[in-house]
Design a protein around this ligand. Structure first.
Ligand code: ADP
Ligand code: MG
Length: 785
């Protein structure tokens, strides 16, 4: 864990303000402490505020000493593979840009860092480097590329391999410091500059100069040949002052808001980080582009330094206080720094090789144990074989014994031979020892005695002569007791090569009968061996047969499962069929219609088909079971008689025959079932096709019905409208009729009136005529005039 290195730098006072400042308050730098001193009418007061930091640079401090004390270590660490960040924070015109970029006479941190990095790289002899540089600004929360004006509004991305990065940002591969400085100069031109009444030339954007340093060991044989990738961020932040103070408006106000917002978020991030791991909670890195880009530098994997620049003037006291508080909080942040290594394939391979080697060593260490175990196992096996061999030897011995017994019983030679042998032995003993034959164990054993023969290939045994009572046949226990614990060499029985066994002829003096016996024993031994071989062969065959039987049984059980499966699938078919027909029935609206009838008949037919198929499957299944039962019973009855006296071979052939018969039967049944299944499938297909056809028909019918319905409904509508029209016409007609009637009545009344009037007119005219006539008659002259 590493604390962020925080320093404060006081800018030299601006000349015009110098006189007024001296009278009121001023910041005093004392070693790594900065304090605010006030004076009242020239009388100094105790310091009102005092802050201590890693470094405090006064107005006379040059960029060179700032670099040496604050940034140099970080720059060197960056060359060694650590991430590094240095940023300048402070109000506008407090000297951030001066610190980062410097002047002609006093180059800034960026300039010095670049030079220093290349100087260090040149000094490095064991590593080769690849350096890329980029230069960006964050203006109004938009990231712009200062190396390529066309790269505007770039986005921040995050990936496992690259971490947080700005997509589309131009990265120039550089080889020397001059090249970098030229590029920076070019980038500077693209920076956004504005003017406020606070400073003639004020930066309104954050700028981040970034160097990515990749390095790799020159020595390819070096096992630690990992690629190191480190990033150096040199950040010149925009002014941290409050907008109100700048008197900004319009575009400047917007800029100010963004600057303040991102700096406020930077402040929040610093606040959170300074709270300590436990209380920290969520850190709002993502709230601004600045904090997002600087995330690894703030509370992450980077050696970080912050230089807080302050203006000494009285007028900026509040801003300076704010900057110093920010610096104090930043002081509490700790980062977790580590070298960033990327393993190349070669390095990975080498490391893996080393691991493999280590594992191999470990394995070899444990291999001894494995070998020991192997040896133990072999020893055990050897002992087992020895025991088996012993057993076989015992069998052979028994065989020989019984053979001898048979011989003794049948020929009666043994006593004679024994006598002569004993005679010989006695003679030999007396000739060599001339004393007590039983007390002097010096004579050679007789060849026709089993125990003696077993000792032929051992060193010449020395033991007592046989007592008469035992003859030439003696059991091993007795011999052992008598022989003072001598153990016969059992190996010689099987391990001795025939040539050594042919050493028997050296016993020329031994009687012919004993040689015959020996030959006989050899013969028997051979026969026994043959019998053992045969038995082994039988055992092998038996095992094979058992395996075959098991296989067959498995096959049978699988075959027996088929009808079961068939019946299951048939059940499913039935269910599906029922469903289909119920759906079809649903189509046929009228239950008595021909379609419905057809559907139900088809359904019945298919169902009966399936039932018969099911019955057949059931029968087949029962047939299997029955066959099983029959088989069992036949086994139990017949096998008692048939197989009792059978030899293993005949038993096996019997089983084989039965099994093959059974398999044939099963195969036949299976084939029959398959045929039936095929047939049923065909029927099913046919019925399916039929159903399909019916479905189509029903579909056509339903379509027709729908069409008809549509037509009917249309005509219904039309007739309804016609009816309406009719009714209307009828109404009109009745109206008209009524009107006519009324008119007729009127006419009638009129005509009546007319007639009466006419009559009255007529009467009147006749009256007038008569009157005129009367008047004419009375005064004819008067009327003419
Ligand atoms: P900022 O980037 O914080 O807005 P500048 O770096 O542009 O401020 O500084 C404002 C002015 O003060 C510049 O003219 C700069 O040359 C001058 N200045 C700042 N710091 C110093 C310093 N330590 N020594 C000499 N001049 C300085
Ligand atoms: Mg600046």
């Amino acid at each position: 864990m590493e604390k962020i290195c925080v320093a404060v730098r006081v800018r030299p006072p601006v000349k015009s303000d110098e006189d007024s400042n001296s009278n009121c308050s001023h910041w005093k730098v004392d070693d790594n402490r900065i304090s605010l001193h006030r004076s009242l009418s020239g009388t100094p007061l105790p310091p009102a505020l005092s802050y201590a930091f890693d470094h405090v640079f006064d107005q006379n401090c040059s960029n060179s000493s700032v670099y040496d004390l604050l940034t140099k270590d970080i720059i060197h660490a960056v060359v060694d593979g650590f991430n590094g960040t240095a940023f300048a924070y402070g109000q506008t015109s407090s000297g951030k840009t001066f610190t980062m970029n410097g002047s002609e006479n006093d180059p800034g941190i960026i300039h010095r860092a670049v030079k220093d990095i290349f100087a260090k790289i040149d000094m490095s002899t064991d590593r080769e480097f690849l350096i890329r540089v980029s230069y960006m600004e964050i203006y109004n929360e938009e990231i712009n590329d200062l190396f390529a004006v066309e790269n505007q509004k770039l986005q921040i991305h995050e990936s496992l391999e690259r971490g947080i990065f700005v997509a589309g940002l131009r990265e120039e591969i550089v080889n020397n410091a001059e090249q970098v400085l030229k590029l920076i100069e070019m980038g500077e031109v693209n920076r956004h500059f504005g003017e406020t009444n606070m400073n003639v030339r004020s930066s309104r954007s954050h700028t981040i100069f970034r160097m990515v340093i990749e390095s790799k060991g020159k020595d390819s044989t070096n096992l630690d040949d990992a690629i190191r990738v480190s990033v150096l961020n040199l950040v010149d932040l925009a002014g941290s002052e409050r907008i109100a103070k700048t008197g900004a408006g319009g575009v400047r106000l917007k800029e100010g808001k963004h600057i303040n917002k991102s700096l406020m978020i930077l402040g929040n991030v610093i606040n959170k980080l300074s709270e300590g791991a436990k209380q920290r909670g969520h850190i709002p890195y993502r709230d601004s582009k600045l904090t997002r880009i600087l995330q690894p530098a703030l509370g992450g994997n980077a050696k970080t330094s912050i230089i807080c620049t302050v203006a000494p003037e009285e007028v900026h006291v509040e801003e300076t206080k704010g900057t110093l508080q920010f610096a104090s909080r930043a002081k509490r942040i700790t980062n977790c720094v580590q070298v960033n290594e990327i393993l190349t394939d070669a390095a990975l391979l080498k490391r893996q090789k080393m691991e493999i080697e280590e594992l191999r060593m470990k394995l070899e260490g444990s291999h001894a144990g494995v070998l020991e175990q192997e040896i133990l196992k072999l020893r055990n096996d050897m002992l087992k074989y020895e025991l088996e061999r012993e057993k076989l030897a015992m069998e052979l011995e028994e065989e020989r014994k019984s053979h001898r017994e048979r011989e003794q019983c049948s020929n009666g030679i043994s006593s004679q031979n024994g006598e002569s042998l004993r005679k010989n032995l006695k003679e030999e003993a007396s000739s060599t020892q001339q004393g007590d034959a039983f007390s002097t164990p010096t004579f050679k054993p007789i060849p026709n005695s089993f125990v003696a023969k077993r000792c032929y290939n051992s060193t010449t045994p020395v033991y007592s002569p046989l007592p008469d009572a035992f003859g030439d046949v003696v059991d091993e226990d007795t011999w052992f007791k008598m022989n003072n614990g001598f153990i016969a060499d059992l190996d010689s029985i099987r391990m001795t090569p025939p040539k050594q066994l042919s050493s028997i002829p050296s016993f020329d003096k031994i009687q012919d009968s004993s040689i015959d016996n020996y030959k006989e024993v050899e013969n028997l031994r051979k026969q026994l061996q043959q019998a053992i071989d045969e038995r082994n062969e039988f055992e092998k065959q038996h095992k094979e047969q058992v395996a075959l039987n098991n296989q067959l049984m498995e096959e049978i059980s699988k075959l027996q499962e088929i009808p079961q499966k068939l019946s299951e699938s048939l059940g499913n078919c039935k269910a599906v069929n029922e469903e289909i027909f119920s759906t079809f029935k649903g189509f046929a609206e009228d239950e008595k219609s021909a379609t419905a009838n057809l559907f139900s008949k088809t359904s019945e037919f298919v169902m009966s088909l399936m039932s018969s198929f099911e019955a057949q499957i059931y029968m087949a299944m029962n047939g299997f079971r029955k066959a099983d039962d029959e088989k069992e019973s036949s086994y139990s009855e017949e096998s008692k008689k048939k197989y009792k006296d059978c030899t293993l071979e005949t038993q096996i052939t019997c089983w084989k025959k039965e099994m093959s018969d059974e398999i044939k039967l099963i195969k036949e049944r299976y084939e029959n079932l398959e045929e039936e299944l095929d047939m049923n499938n065909q029927l099913l297909e046919a019925s399916k096709a039929r159903i399909h056809g019916l479905q189509k028909e029903s579909q056509v019918l339903s379509e027709e019905r729908d069409d008809l319905l549509v037509t009917v409904s249309d005509s219904w509508k039309r007739s309804a409208s016609l009816n309406e029209q009719n009714e209307k016409i009828l109404q009109d007609l009745t109206c008209e009729i009524q009107k006519r009637k009324d008119l007729e009545d009127d006419i009638k009344q009129f005509s009546v009136g007319f007639v009466s009037r006419y009559k009255s007119y007529k009467l009147f005219s006749s009256e007038i005529k008569s009157k005129v006539e009367h008047l004419k008659a009375q005064k004819p002259f008067a009327l003419i005039s």
